[in-house]
Design a protein around this ligand. Structure first.
Ligand code: ATP
Length: 258
């Protein structure tokens, strides 16, 4: 099992005298094998939630479990892809992917074979011998995805992985992720600021407001998805108004007046 469960999770940070309540009584069930996106304005706790899944941080109260097991620290069952590629500049693409497998117990030969197969799956066989500075941003991000998937994680955590890519490369990366997820339905938690991206990729979308997931949408469209259909646009509009309502709620909670 690799479902992700948040059960009444609170996360508070202390900054000087100030306490920041980043997650409030947040409960959520991400099903095994689904592609789940989180949307919401800046500061609503999306990255905080991802960090708890990844085990980079601990909840102040409540529980986070993966496959029924409480998350206490990072582990090879949860792979992370960040917005900025985090490749080792002195290693080739192949070695960067293989490096993620160091602690798997696989022999060096097996690690390299698996890394080569994973690079092929993201369309980068020809670039296996290149170092990160010889790769475009989109290619670097694909190496990062290959490194994450080569670990055969139970959960894939992605924090705005395509935000820095130009529109065309971003579209290619989205198509790749859809394709990979259909081949290997790894439970995926994906943060984005783009409603369209969430609608193109996800099985379900959680909208965050005031430190919790205020609403979850099912995305009923078959792949490949068409962002120009009336149904797609209706759902886009509905999610947009839900996010706007969340912004108003946050501002009221913070004591803003219009
Ligand atoms: N390590 C930290 N120390 C103090 N405050 C933090 C820390 N991490 C997050 N916060 C605060 O917690 C709140 C939620 O932050 P978080 O980064 O999770 O939001 P987000 O929805 O991911 O925002 P963005 O879309 O801008 O990335 C914010 O008020 C943020 O300033």
């Amino acid at each position: 099992m690799s479902d992700v469960v948040f059960d009444s999770v609170d996360k508070r940070f202390t900054q000087g005298q100030r306490e920041i309540h980043a997650l409030r009584e947040c409960s959520l069930h991400i099903r095994e094998g689904e592609f789940f996106s989180l949307l919401g304005p800046s500061g609503t706790g999306k990255t905080t939630l991802l960090n708890l899944v990844a085990g980079f941080d601990r909840a102040t109260s409540g529980f986070v479990t993966v496959g029924g097991v409480p998350v206490c620290r990072p582990g090879p069952d949860r792979a992370v892809v960040f917005q900025a590629p985090t490749l080792m500049p002195w290693l080739t693409a192949l070695d960067n992917v293989a490096a993620g497998l160091k602690h798997t117990g696989l022999s060096r030969q097996h690690r390299r074979e698996r890394a080569a197969a994973q690079l092929a799956e993201v369309g980068l066989s020809d670039a296996a011998g290149r170092r990160p500075h010889q790769l475009s941003g989109g290619m670097q991000q694909r190496v990062g995805i290959a490194r994450a998937l080569a670990m055969r994680p139970a959960v894939l955590v992605m924090d705005e992985p395509f935000a820095a890519l130009d529109a065309y490369v971003r579209q290619e990366a989205q198509a790749l992720v859809v394709d990979l997820h259909r081949k290997h339905p790894v439970t995926t938690v994906f943060v984005t600021h783009s409603i369209e991206e969430a609608l193109l990729l996800s099985d379900r979308i959680g909208v965050m407001a005031a430190g919790t997931v205020s609403h979850v949408y099912d995305v009923p469209f078959e792949h490949p998805r068409d962002a120009t259909t009336p149904q797609f646009n209706d759902l886009r509009r509905e999610i947009w108004s839900r996010i706007e309502a969340g912004v108003r709620l946050d501002r009221e909670a913070a004591g803003w007046t219009a």
